[in-house]
Ligand binder design. Structure first.
Ligand SMILES: NC(=O)C1=CN([C@@H]2O[C@H](COP(=O)(O)OP(=O)(O)OC[C@H]3O[C@@H](n4cnc5c(N)ncnc54)[C@H](OP(=O)(O)O)[C@@H]3O)[C@@H](O)[C@H]2O)C=CC1
Ligand SMILES: CC(C)(CO)C(=O)C(=O)O
Length: 336
């Protein structure tokens, strides 16, 4: 659906779902004059109506529905703001529907490892990771409320920071190919970046997005399960006991990924706790609403990486297990 008109390239943006973040990005891109459609699974209508709230102002928006991946056009840019555990089924679904062989995908979720092996099998997909500190929640399926403004970074999917993952070879080989959506190399920003950045600033290009993803992983591994187990807002983690657990979690993560510094991770976690002291983290909200959490891609991922690399990650493994027990109790996980 991307068209060249008078020398300008029109970008067709497809936002997946009507999730908390997806709706805010759809609104922002639309406000910026971009062509946006929504790929949703719970409607057959030609148009999807949604609402977004920012600063208590409620706005209504109608966007065309993208009926299937093949309808989006080869040069569409897909925004996949889905839960980590939803990513692989989504990718399989899109591919089954005829997603372009060199599709451009912006992936944004908490944690690491989601759909990694599957993505590695698609060397021609142009995959970008987006990390954001904006906060939003869903008032209902079609209404997203902006909870707090933050910032975002985007970069080309790279081999994982820790050596030796199977995805390395294929992501490297794809990094120098050009897609119809126009990215040329792993370190070069794509032509559509300015439009995305203009829609919801601040958004910065980060050629080393993998390290930023790891730092965000550490923040979520420290705050989400501990605040969930404490059953309170993030501010409960200012206790001495929580501080010791946070340090242990961060030290294990820095041992798994030696490019990280444990003291810096702890400082970043403490800064996020101060900034979000009154928030209930997403994991606690998921447990309370009897939804699956992203634990397998947070402390569960660190635990698995530790086992693979023979690095001690006992605290992350224990924390992951305790959250899985909560999921078992609420019936969103079954015994494996
Ligand atoms: N919300 C926030 O403030 C922040 C969230 N994040 C992370 O970003 C990610 C997205 O978060 P958030 O927006 O809150 O999540 P939501 O659960 O609100 O949104 C996910 C959306 O994706 C849709 N979806 C998933 N799979 C498919 C599919 N196969 N086909 C069509 N639609 C699909 C879901 O539909 P359905 O409802 O039908 O399942 C839902 O609309 C998560 O990893 C989260 O941890 C990170 C920073 C902040
Ligand atoms: C930063 C933090 C912990 C804020 O609550 C978050 O990202 C989440 O809740 O998932």
């Amino acid at each position: 659906m991307g068209q060249r008109e008078w020398g300008f390239t029109m970008t067709q943006w497809v936002v997946v779902g009507t999730g908390a973040l997806g709706m805010q990005w759809a609104q922002a891109l639309h406000d910026s004059g971009e062509a946006v459609s929504l790929y949703v699974r719970d409607s057959e209508a030609a148009v999807v109506r949604l609402q977004t709230t920012q600063n208590s102002q409620v706005r209504e928006l109608s966007l065309p529905r993208c009926q299937s991946a093949k309808d989006a056009g080869a040069d569409a840019v897909w925004l996949l703001f889905v839960k980590a555990w939803q990513l692989e089924p989504l990718l399989r679904q899109l591919q089954g529907e005829g997603l372009a062989d060199d599709a451009t995908l912006i992936v944004s979720h908490n944690g690491l490892g989601a759909g990694e092996a599957y993505l590695a099998q698609q060397p021609n997909w142009q995959v970008y990771d987006l990390v954001t500190t904006h906060g939003a929640w869903r008032q209902n399926r079609y209404h997203s409320v902006l909870a707090g403004l933050g910032q975002s970074w985007i970069g080309r999917r790279q081999p994982t920071a820790c050596a030796g993952t199977e995805s390395s070879a294929s992501t490297e080989s794809s990094a120098s190919t050009e897609s119809s959506a126009g990215s040329v190399s792993g370190s070069e920003p794509p032509h559509w970046l300015d439009k995305l950045a203009a829609a919801w600033p601040p958004l910065q290009w980060d050629a080393d997005i993998e390290q930023r993803r790891w730092r965000k992983l550490a923040v979520n591994c420290a705050i989400n399960p501990l605040a969930t187990l404490a059953g309170g807002v993030n501010g409960v983690l200012r206790s001495e006991e929580a501080r010791a657990q946070i340090r242990a979690i961060c030290e294990e993560i820095a041992n798994v990924n030696p490019m990280l510094d444990a003291d810096e991770l702890v400082a970043e976690v403490q800064q996020v706790i101060r900034a979000t002291a009154g928030n209930r983290c997403s994991m606690l909200q998921d447990i309370e609403a009897q939804r699956a959490t992203e634990i397998d891609y947070l402390n569960g991922y660190v635990c698995e990486q530790g086992q693979q690399r023979q690095v001690f990650t006992r605290v992350n493994c224990e924390v992951a297990e305790r959250i899985r027990q909560l999921e078992l109790k609420s019936g969103v996980r079954s015994l494996e």
